[in-house]
Design a protein around this ligand. Structure first.
Ligand code: AP5
Ligand code: MG
Length: 343
């Protein structure tokens, strides 16, 4: 027979269970609440209610399609109240649809307010080559819904595409030397205008010199903004060679693997060494590669630049009270939980 639920209570409990399910399963809907705190929970819930109302409406139509008119008449004869029930159901649906529309509008208004007035999260993830910047930043990215901007990844893409910047950067990068300040500042200045940076971004590998820090501060100051957080991953130089020489990356996404500390699922050993043909990205199955600058010799040069040109940045931002150090010489999962508690 046809379902005979009490429309008001059943709809409400169905709606709230759908709202919970939607906010659990949809990071896109859940992200604003996590990013901005309690006030934006209403944004996520209102958006979830919109989705839930759509699902509820569709389910109701399917239920009713299964009920033949004869079945409805028979049911009316038995209960004597089917007409009243049907009207109540339609009223409840209309009310729900109106509420969902109002919720959607409220969510859009709040989102616009956040994007206009809330300070953007402008984070620098800082550390020597192999510290774990590229390992940890994507986790912050997926948690807060703000992009990781790695100048190293952008320059590698330019090298692959043989753009003028790429041709200029190729040799310098392979030797572990820094690319010119003007080039990287230009890349970042353009990139942070993109729509996905509206709520903030995570800088990985930039700024890398004091002039780059000052250029960044100036471009942010144009909108009355500044860097809001610097997370410094602390690791002794002595452990970095093993991390760097054992690293394999997925070029398109920048995902990092390590033959010992974070092997891809597909890795096969031949005579105790990884078979290059078996080094595939876990997510896409595409081949991994080793970076030309991931050699012991280039690392010496990279560390030299890091200590002489890059570490002074910490002194530059420290007086603002935004620098936090993290012990990155521990398991990646432990580094992440320390980072989380600091965020
Ligand atoms: P870039 O790509 O930024 O390289 P980098 O700063 O040298 O840093 P890495 O990417 O090597 O290290 P990471 O901290 O990301 O480590 P990861 O997480 O992968 O720059 C490359 C070059 O581009 C520069 O040398 C320069 O030429 C140029 N460039 C870029 N930006 C520039 C700028 N602003 N100005 C001028 N020039 C610029 O981890 C490393 C390995 O360790 C991985 O295999 C990983 O799986 C493993 N690992 C990570 N964490 C752990 C852990 N906790 N325990 C064990 N293993 C771990
Ligand atoms: Mg990196």
């Amino acid at each position: 027979g046809c379902p005979r639920p009490d429309p008001s209570t059943t709809m409400r409990s169905f709606l709230s269970s759908q709202a919970r399910a939607v906010s659990r399963s949809s990071p896109a809907l859940a992200a604003p609440s996590r990013a901005f705190g309690q006030d934006s929970a209403s944004v996520g819930l209102a958006a979830a209610a919109v989705a839930a109302a759509a699902i509820a409406g569709q389910q109701r139509q399917e239920e009713q399609a299964q009920c033949s008119p004869v079945a409805f008449i028979a049911a009316a004869a038995v209960s004597g109240g089917a007409a009243y029930y049907a009207k109540t159901t339609i009223d409840a649906e209309t009310k729900l649809r109106d509420e969902a529309e109002a919720g959607k509008k409220a969510a859009e208004e709040k989102t616009a307010l956040f994007e206009k007035y809330w300070p953007r999260k402008i984070m620098i993830i800082f550390g020597p080559p192999g510290a774990g910047k590229g390992t940890q930043a994507p986790k912050i990215e997926s948690m807060l819904g703000i992009p990781q901007l790695s100048t190293g990844d952008m320059l590698r893409a330019a090298v692959s595409a043989k753009t003028p910047v790429g041709l200029q950067a190729k040799e310098l990068m392979a030797a572990g030397k820094l690319v010119g300040d003007d080039v990287v500042c230009g890349i970042i200045k353009e990139r942070i205008q993109n729509d996905d940076c509206k709520s903030g971004f995570i800088l990985d590998g930039f700024p890398r010199t004091l002039p780059q820090s000052k250029a960044l501060d100036a471009m942010l100051a144009e909108n009355g903004e500044g860097v809001t957080k610097v997370v410094a991953l602390e690791v002794p130089d002595s452990i970095l060679e093993e991390r760097i020489t054992g690293r394999w990356i997925h070029k398109k996404s920048g995902r990092s693997y390590h033959v010992k500390f974070a092997p891809p699922k597909s890795m096969q050993l031949v005579d105790g060494k990884p078979d290059p043909a078996s080094m595939l990205d876990d997510e896409t199955g595409e081949p991994l590669m080793q970076r030309p600058d991931d050699t012991a010799a280039a690392l010496v040069q990279r560390l030299k630049s890091y200590h002489s040109s890059t570490t002074p940045i910490l002194k530059h931002y420290s007086p603002k009270g935004i620098v936090s150090g993290i012990n990155a010489n521990q398991k990646p999962s432990q580094v992440w939980s320390d980072l989380l508690s600091m965020l």
